[in-house]
Design a protein around this ligand. Sequence first.
Ligand SMILES: O=C(O)CCC(=O)C(=O)O
Length: 252
Amino acid sequence: MRRQGTACVESNKAETQQVEKPCTEETCEAADEEDEFPHPIPWQKIEAQELDCDYGLLFSKEEASRLFMQLEEEVEYFTGEEAKLQVYGKTYSVPRKQATYGDEGLVYSFSGVHLAARVWTPTLEYIRDATTNATGHTFNFVLINRYKDGEDHIGEHRDDERELDPSCPIALVSLGAVRDFVFRHKDARKEPKKCHIEPVKLELAHGSLLLMNSPTNTYWYHSLPVRKKVKTPRISLTFRRIIKGRQKRKKE
Ligand SMILES: O=C(O)CCC(=O)C(=O)O
C-alpha cells in the first residue's frame, strides 16, 4: 500500500481505479516510514484490448538528469559475445548497449544470450526503490538498454520469458532523450489484413515510468524504433522480478 494524501491506496492502478481506504494506525505508521522516499505519481491509464499499462513521471527533470549522469559513471555495459544476440540461428550485434544488475545469482536469458546480474550500484538501488515506492511492487533484476542516439533501437519483442514472475509488472524507467515506444498486438502483427487492432504509440519522457501490467506482455509486442532526428542518448531501465528456480541455466 502507498499513501497518497490522507488515504492509503491499495493496488498500483491509476487514480481512477484505486480503491481508497482510510488509514488505520498501523498502515499510516508504515506509510510515515516511507515519507523519507516520497515519489507519488499522478498515474495515467493506458488500455487497449489485452493491454494494461500505467504511465507517469517518477522523477523531476533535474533529478532525472542527475540520475542519468550518475548511471553514465556507474553502469558497465556488456561487450564481446555478451553484446550479441541470436535470431533464427544467426548472430547479430545488439544495436544499443546492454547491462544487467540484480540480486546475487540471477541470470536473464533471451534471444540466445544468458546475462548474469552484476551487483546493484547505489544509483540503481535508488531508482529501484523509487519504483517500488511508487508501485508497491518489489524487483530483483534490471535490464539496462543504452541508446547512443536515434539510430540505436530495439526490435519488436515480448518480455514473456518463463523465469519472469507473472504477478509482477515490468517497470520501465526512461532517462535522457524522449523516444517513441510502440506496442503491436500479436494478431495484428501476424495477420495484418485480418486483424485491425491499432498499434498503441507512446512518447517516453525523461524521468518517466511505464508499468506494463499483465497480460500486456502475453499479447502485445513492444519496440523502440529508429528515430534519426534524435541526436542524444537515452537510458532505459526495465525492472523485473525473476523467479529463481525457473531460470534456464547458469551463466558459464
Ligand atoms: O528502451 C526501452 O524503453 C525498451 C526496452 C525494452 O523493450 C526491454 O527492456 O524489454
